[in-house]
Each structure stands twice: as structure tokens, then as C-alpha cells.
Ligand binder design. Structure first.
Ligand SMILES: [Zn+2]
Length: 356
């Protein structure tokens, strides 16, 4: 169980990390009792130095009061994103204006409730960014929620926080070339955080993340028909046509103004990848690491003081004391089109970083 330390800082990172570790141990003991040994000794993780530690790093600040987050924009208010909001909400004295951007038209669903720590039953059906802002409204931070895609939002953030869950979405974010980029992601029982760039040197959001294959138009149409009348009515309402027009366009596809707009809506709403294994403690850990890196970046602290060039941290829960859990230098993917030196976008990105 987590151990309280007298005189500990009021920051939430340690308690949130400890909560994730103890939930993970409970999960492993229940689900894999014969494969995963019960921990022989206490262990911990320090989010300031991003390394193993049984006690807080004494060089870490115990307050961030007055730190201004203006210019920060979160893309993706799901499991990782809501943890990021909740963690920063719990840091005393942060200030500034923070954009929360999410494109999920369905809003909060029942399946979100066990992984998005901010949301409760009152949130069902509400847009995620608006609901996260509403719940955390009593804050020294001013949240500006938006329903839509990050690339369509009017602001010009200086720090992009990527908490999206597909490589296509990551690629779209990278193509905006926001000067400073932080990202967190999960895969099975692994959480990871990345500081993007520098261009062509350190990994960007597109590096090592090939976009998922596009879903065929016919499959999208089949999914919409299978989703039922409620979905067809919503599409008809959005496109301002009768439902029978939607049904005809789905059953006898042909080029045309309605058909084109219908396909755009289907690609947006029905091209989500197949559901994957996901547990709340992994995304909560990733969101907490992401929040810690946000504060550290704004304080101009490196991810790892011992290795200032390190830009990536990985933590997997199956063997939490393993040396695999560490920071590292994750270089740019030589085949990445987004941050290749020949891409004019890389020069734009470089110039924006210089101007900061
Ligand atoms: Zn790249």
C-alpha cells in the first residue's frame, strides 16, 4: 500500500503514481497470480526524475504556485487527457488559460466512466472537453473547452499536449508544428511519455507511429447502416436532409454533394479502430507522467536531470522494478515524412522553436 511521508509536498504527482501502482498490483494479483510474483519489497516511481525511487527526489520543487500555463492546449480529453486535467487541477496555484480540445461527437459514454477519472454518471452524453472544464471549473486555471479537431481550432498554442489514441490523430497534430509538443500514450500495460523534437533529431508525434490503414468506404457505409435508425437520424440532421436520402446514399453510393458530405461524416464518426485492451491505471499513470512533464517543461527542467538529452520515458506494470522502466533518447525515425529535413514543415517547426 502507498506510504504517506510526513512533511511531503502538496503536489499530486506522487500520490497519483502510488495509487496507480497499488491498483496495478491488485490487478496482477487477481488476474495473473501464477505468472507475476508478489513484490518482495517496496518500490516506487519518481515523476520529477522519471526513475525508480523509494523516496521523493529532494531536488524536486514542492510548489509550482504562480506558474502560467497560457498557450497550452490539450488535444484529446479521454482517459489520458482527463487524468492530465485532474492532475493539474490538483496542483495548487497554477494559473493561465488552457484549451481543451476533443472531437468525439458521441461525448462521454458508459465505457469511458471506468477510465476517465473526472467523469461520472452526470457526464453521460456530454461533450468531453466541455464536461472536463465544467467539473474542474473551480480552479486557478481557466479552461477553454472546444468541440472539434485540434487542427481546426483558432488558437495558436505554444505547447501542444497530445493525448489522442490513434496514430492518424497523432500525425494530424504533428502537422500543425506547434513549437513545443508533449505526448503520452498507452499500450496494454505500458505507459509512455514523449517530449517531441527537436526537428529531425528527436522523435516527433509521427515518428515510429505509422498511421493505421484507412477503412474502406463500403465498410464505413455498412457500419452506419448496422448502427441503426438513431445514427441515420443524426446523420440526416447533420446534413440537413431527410433520412431516406441518407438511406439511399448508403445503399446506392454515388458521387454527389450529399454523398461526399456523408462520407466525411462517416470517416469522422465510424473509422475508430477496433476496441483494444485498456485498463484505467495505465492511462492514469500516462496522464500523470504527462502532467509532470508539462510542469517540468514550463519550469525548463529536463525529463532526466542525469541525462538532459532524454526525451522518452516508458513504464510497464508487468515488472514494475525492471530496468526497462526508464528514460531514454528516442531519435527521429529516418523514414518519418513529418519531420524529415526535406519537409518544409520541419523548417517551420524549427523557426517557431527559435522564436520561443
Ligand atoms: Zn517524425
Amino acid at each position: 500500500m502507498p506510504i504517506a511521508i510526513e512533511g511531503a509536498s502538496p503536489l499530486p504527482f506522487g500520490p497519483y503514481v502510488a495509487a496507480c501502482l497499488v491498483v496495478a498490483e491488485t490487478f496482477l494479483a487477481a488476474r495473473l497470480p501464477r505468472h507475476i510474483p508478489y513484490p518482495a519489497a517496496s518500490y516506487g516511481w519518481d515523476a520529477w526524475s522519471q526513475q525508480h525511487g523509494n523516496a521523493p527526489d529532494t531536488t524536486a520543487p514542492d510548489t509550482c504556485a504562480g506558474l502560467d500555463l497560457t498557450g497550452t492546449s490539450l488535444a484529446g480529453v479521454g482517459a489520458v487527457g482527463t487524468t492530465w486535467v485532474q492532475t493539474l487541477w490538483a496542483v495548487p496555484g497554477l494559473r493561465g488559460i488552457v484549451e481543451l480540445v476533443d472531437d468525439d461527437r458521441e461525448g462521454v459514454t458508459k465505457t469511458n466512466l471506468n477510465r476517465c477519472p473526472l467523469f461520472g454518471s452526470m457526464s453521460l452524453g456530454k461533450p468531453k472537453a466541455q464536461e472536463a472544464a465544467r467539473i474542474s471549473a473551480v480552479s486557478s486555471i481557466t479552461w477553454k473547452p472546444q468541440l472539434g479537431r485540434f487542427q481546426d481550432s483558432p488558437g495558436q498554442p505554444t505547447l501542444l499536449i497530445s493525448a489522442v489514441d490513434t496514430n492518424r490523430a497523432r500525425e494530424a497534430l504533428q502537422n500543425q508544428y506547434v513549437p513545443r509538443i508533449l505526448s503520452a500514450s498507452t499500450s496494454d500495460l505500458r505507459a509512455e511519455a514523449l517530449r517531441g523534437g527537436p526537428p529531425s533529431v528527436g522523435a516527433c508525434l509521427r515518428c515510429h507511429n505509422p498511421p493505421e490503414p484507412l477503412i474502406a468506404d463500403d465498410t464505413l457505409r455498412e457500419r452506419a447502416i448496422a448502427a441503426g435508425t438513431e445514427t441515420l437520424d443524426a446523420l440526416a440532421n447533420e446534413l440537413a436532409v431527410e433520412r431516406h436520402v441518407i438511406e439511399e446514399a448508403l445503399n446506392r453510393p454515388a458521387c454527389g454533394e450529399v454523398g461526399d458530405r456523408l462520407l466525411a461524416a462517416l470517416r469522422r464518426d465510424h473509422s475508430a479502430p477496433e476496441p483494444r485492451f485498456a485498463v484505467g491505471f495505465t492511462s492514469a499513470f500516462a496522464g500523470t507522467l504527462l502532467a509532470a512533464e508539462t510542469i517540468k517543461l514550463l519550469l525548463e527542467a529536463p525529463m532526466s536531470a542525469d541525462n538532459p538529452q532524454h526525451n522518452n520515458v516508458t513504464f510497464q506494470f508487468l515488472r514494475p522494478r525492471s530496468p526497462i522502466n526508464e528514460t531514454r533518447e528516442l531519435g527521429a525515425d529516418p523514414s518519418c515524412p513529418a519531420c524529415a529535413s526535406t519537409n518544409p514543415g520541419s523548417a517551420v517547426w524549427h523557426n517557431r522553436i527559435q522564436r520561443l
